[in-house]
Design a protein around this ligand. Structure first.
Ligand code: NCC
Length: 276
């Protein structure tokens, strides 16, 4: 169980679990989306190696953090969904390499997926949850949100764009790892975009700084740094197994409490490349 495992063993277990899993994007060699599968590319961008990576959670605690320069100093910066940088540069920076989007962003008109500048000139990775143990075909017939048309329409119109789709079975492989390494039972829902981002970047970054994922002393009731809505569930979890994710991230981190709770980030070493 979690309390007996060192950070390096937890990390090695994660690497081993993901290597044998479906934790990758849906490629044209799979048999789903028959008409459009030629539009699914192999993501070249995830094959490169980066020194430092930052994962910027969308937490309200980023406000007044002054972490913008620190974040932009990383070689690769991951952000989520519709989290803006404009107007928040001092606290969150403005460099974006990858945006991880849940399927609501493509399905709900309010997010303006086709026209918003948030989703331009960056790599994009979309995920949508399947049922546990569903096949790719079952999922493709009834995704959680109706994102498929928007996804392929954008692929068709912007063929050079680095836009990819997660294999939903891989989300459950990551959930299995989390469940196995958690001291308590976890909710039967896939991991949050934040934890997906961590699992992804660990394979191509020398180290990953997760910013305000484990809440610092700046923690507030505010859900996001970019709106005033208050909901502690955003920080502690209400649908995603967020508390378990955060506990695990804390356990993966060999750094001191000052960096975590005062500075507001957790540094996790990437998977050793010789094992890749
Ligand atoms: O809120 P969300 O998450 O977009 O946040 C992105 C990631 O930041 C981390 N986070 C966020 C807020 C907070 N107070 N603490 C945090 O640690 C989490 O790791 C989170 O994953 C998502 O994961 O995709 C999620 O998306 C929202 C929502 O769909 C989008 O923001 C678009 O509006 C979900 N909320 C709802 O569906 C109502 C949220 O559950 C998960």
């Amino acid at each position: 169980k979690l309390k007996d495992l060192s950070p390096s063993v937890l990390l090695e277990n994660l690497q081993n679990s993901l290597e044998k899993s479906h934790f990758h994007t849906v490629t044209s060699s799979t048999n789903v989306f028959r008409q459009e599968k030629h539009l699914l590319r192999n993501p070249q961008s995830f094959q490169q190696r980066y020194g430092s990576c930052a994962i910027v959670s969308s937490a309200g605690a980023l406000l007044d953090s002054d972490l913008g320069n620190f974040i932009d100093g990383h070689d690769y910066v991951v952000r989520f969904n519709n989290a803006p940088t404009m107007g928040f540069e001092v606290d969150v920076g403005n460099k974006t390499s990858l945006r991880i989007l849940n399927s609501q962003i493509l399905s709900k008109p309010q997010f303006n997926f086709f026209n918003s500048s948030l989703y331009r000139n960056v790599s994009l990775l979309v995920w949508d949850p399947s049922k546990y143990n569903a096949t790719l075909e079952q999922w493709a017939c009834s995704p959680d949100f109706p994102f498929v048309d928007a996804f392929f329409s954008r692929r068709r119109h912007l063929q050079d764009e680095d836009l990819h789709l997660m294999d939903p079975r891989g989300l459950w492989d990551l959930w299995d790892y989390l469940s196995l390494h958690s001291p308590l039972p976890i909710p039967p829902n896939p991991p949050s975009s934040g934890f997906i981002g961590l699992a992804l970047t660990l394979s191509f970054c020398d180290y990953v700084d997760m910013i305000e994922f484990v809440p610092s002393l700046r923690m507030t009731k505010r859900c996001h740094y970019y709106d005033t809505h208050e909901d502690v569930g955003c920080t502690l979890g209400d649908w995603h197994p967020l508390a378990a994710e955060k506990l695990l991230v804390l356990s993966l981190n060999p750094a001191d409490d000052h960096a975590i709770f005062v500075n507001g980030y957790v540094r996790i070493p990437g998977f050793p490349s010789q094992l890749q």
